[in-house]
Design a protein around this ligand. Structure first.
Ligand code: NDP
Length: 333
């Protein structure tokens, strides 16, 4: 049976070169084709959502579009044998909220192979408290683990852009796994927040942003970098012999003013992390690890919930570096 109820959505349109976000009412007939119709319970706000909703990132190419790069909810209808009505699912990546309609709506129709069954231990709100940012943080931690960075290393792991979504979850994950964590943040007022997540060392972002020599003192066993630019260049120059840097973000720019020295003289590994096209098996494994390795009490403390109507304001705020932790969007509020 096909569900035809009307539902609420945030819709992006482009007029006179400007991206406009309007709260509208749609029906399922308006949704793009797909095998699975999902009742969206929560989505989340990520840096990329900020770029999409404000139009500053030029990452949306086709209008109209429902933004929201992730969602969690319950299957209502499915033409795919892998999913039945009532199944709890989570979706991050695959171009959803950029090229395809995403999670800022009460309904989404999507491809079955974009979905991951929600691990037993996670409800849809906590799945989106993790969201794309937390999933990416987990991929970064897994990349460091696979590169041999161990919790008992005699040097700490550095997390940059630490008060943001990826950074906050990375700090919480690493601390829970027993790593010593130092954070680089541009907001000194967030030090107690980050200490509460498990960070024990603090550096101001301005120090990380100073131009550096090709090699500096070896002070990090590993790094999770969400900032890029000079911050990433310094992180590479300061990473221990044989250590690794998991780089996933560019909040500080796309240039990388470094040299080959950290790679050839110290064997530092630069591990690029992309959550969008991560294949299904490692995706499920990462969600399973998130359900076990993240303190839910800590996750709840760093989560705020906002309705769809707040998204345009929050999109500006996240690009201005003013959002802390994780912002969950409730389309049913
Ligand atoms: P947030 O905005 O939540 O966090 C980014 C943090 O970086 C800010 O909170 C701030 O932390 C710091 N920051 C902001 N602006 C600057 C600046 N100009 N220079 C240096 N640091 C800055 O974003 P997310 O955590 O959602 O995403 C972080 C990055 O990771 C983004 O570039 C995003 O596109 C990328 N990303 C990549 C993914 C992938 O698959 N590769 C998936 C998800 C995100 P503080 O105040 O503590 O310094």
């Amino acid at each position: 049976m096909t569900e035809t109820a009307m539902f609420k959505a945030l819709l992006l349109n482009q007029r006179d070169g400007q991206t406009l976000a309007d709260l509208v009412t749609l029906t399922t007939a308006d949704l793009p084709p797909g095998e699975v119709l999902v009742a969206v319970e929560y989505s989340s706000l990520n840096y990329k959502d900020g770029l999409a909703v404000t139009g500053k990132g030029k990452i949306v190419r086709q209008f109209p579009l429902v933004p929201g790069i992730d969602l969690a909810g319950t299957v209502l209808e499915s033409a795919a044998p892998a999913y039945q009505p009532g199944d709890r699912v989570v979706l991050t990546g695959w171009g959803v909220g950029e090229r395809y309609w995403g999670g800022y709506a009460q309904r989404a129709r999507v491809r079955a192979d974009w979905l991951t069954p929600l691990p037993e231990k996670l409800d849809s709100r906590r799945a989106m408290a993790i969201g794309t940012a937390g999933f990416t943080a987990m991929l970064c931690v897994l990349a460091l683990e696979q590169a041999g960075v161990k919790p008992d290393a005699d040097k700490p792991v550095l997390v940059t852009g630490a008060s943001g979504g990826v950074g906050s979850v990375a700090v919480a994950l690493l601390a829970h796994l027993g790593y010593r964590v130092t954070v680089a943040t541009g907001r000194s007022e967030n030090e107690s927040y980050l200490g509460d997540l498990g960070a024990t060392g603090f550096i101001h972002r301005d120090i990380m942003n100073q131009p550096c020599r090709p090699l500096e003192g070896q002070i990090w066993a590993g790094v999770v970098d969400t900032v890029g630019g000079r911050v990433l260049a310094r992180a590479l120059a300061e990473t221990d012999y044989g250590g690794a840097v998991a780089a996933c973000g560019l909040a500080g720019g796309i240039d990388l003013p470094t040299t080959v020295m950290p790679f050839i003289l110290r064997g530092v590994k630069l591990l690029g992390v992309d959550s969008v096209l991560c294949p299904s098996e490692p995706r499920r494994a990462a969600w399973a690890r998130l359900a076990c390795d993240l303190s839910m009490a800590v996750l709840d403390r760093i989560t705020e919930i906002a309705p769809l109507a707040e998204v345009p304001r929050l999109a500006e705020a996240i690009l201005a570096g003013q959002v802390r932790g994780r912002m969950v969007i409730d389309p049913n509020a």
